[in-house]
Ligand binder design. Sequence first.
Ligand code: SDX
Length: 427
Amino acid sequence: MEDVVTLTYNGNEIRLPVITGSEGEKAIDISRLRSETGFITLDPGYANTGSCLSGITFMDGEKGVLRYRGIPVEQLAEQSTFKETAYLLIHGKLPNRDQLTRFSILLNDNSLVHTDMKAFYQNFPRASHPMGILSSMVNAMRSFYPELDSQEEEITLTMTRLLAKVRTMAAMSYKISRGHELVLPRPDLTYCENFLNMMFETPVKPYEINRAAVNALRVFWILHADHEQNCSTSSVRMVGSARVNLYAAISAGIAALWGPLHGGANQAVIEMLTQIQEEGGNFKKAIERAKDKKDPFRLMGFGHRVYKTYDPRAKIMKKMCDELLESLNINDPLLDIAKELEAVATKDPYFVDHNLYPNIDFYSGIVLRAIGIPTNMFTVMFAIGRLPGWIAQWKESMDDPKLKICRPRQIYTGNQGFDFIPSHARS
Ligand code: SDX
């Protein structure tokens, strides 16, 4: 029997099909709604609205489940590499040895940035935020890497160039902001090792690859790699639906991720914990402010549109904090404040009633601090991690033969029937 819902209004009715996903999620297909009833739906923030069918990532917000192409993120964080996870997200399956070798060679061969792009970096004010630089430089990539005639080669090479060069571009913004010489990627280092080496190697002090830091970065990027139709991924799909090049669509995703309610929260969490520390460690004041409806302050790193329980990624990140700080023999007072704050907030009726738990950003900044990443680059680290997800989601939408340009409707609430008044007659 066909699964339908019946909508009745003003004595009429319409039967709309119900779509059921592979995990049992159900949606009402309203594509005929306006043409048959004149009605549209209204859902500010899209909390109840599915924008697409997707086979890439699945989240269960009530159970705290996250899977990439059906594989639990916990297993990937434990056993995979970021490069392998990127391949899984984009191509839909884990690579065999030969595919992984070819992918590694492609990433290595495309990891340098066009030398003329260096001038762009040098002309940004030194205090520019690295997310603004990254979004600009990724958009500028089309100018340096013009479209290829072969559509297949254009897509493959553009995806590869983004994955290969984004690390180099991120490290470049760090080095140039400090007036340091650039360090180039090396063929003998892995994806994560190369990034850390490009960030911290200097001519006078060789960077010693630290296994614990590399492992923490591997897990960090795997945990950030994709997350269904979040704000930045939806921005990539929205911009991509106009058939603009992938660099421009990814640049839009980076811009959306920069926001403190989204990826910018990892930087905001550390700034919040630092302020609590500077004010004597009184985190209870932050909790009271977060509960005060008159105060715009929010407990950064807490709450989530989908997760109404503990973010599974935050659990792994919290464990990673303990392991990494112990390996590096670091004692970070911000971690102690974060743990105490979590212990109190998650028992507070306000947070319990609002289903507010730590999300990925609550502990991720502690890991990045321990590795030596500057706070203003935390969201760039999120962007590097999320890039394979953005690419996979863009590719899935481009491969959809029924893809239409994204163009939502609205309900007009403004003036009605006004006439133009010449300026001399206006009051
Ligand atoms: C990411 O979408 C994704 O998947 C995102 C992400 C990804 O991987 O792509 O997971 C990454 O962006 C994680 C979220 C990082 N942002 C923060 O940590 C910022 C702090 N959190 C919030 O601003 C908020 O929780 C959001 C933005 C994350 C979610 O907001 P929603 O779903 O729009 O919820 P809401 O703003 O409507 O809040 C619902 C209620 C409100 O109270 P009421 O008016 O109903 O009484 O919960 C309250 C809010 O005031 N609330 C908070 C709160 N978050 C929600 N109150 C205090 N502190 C908070 N952090």
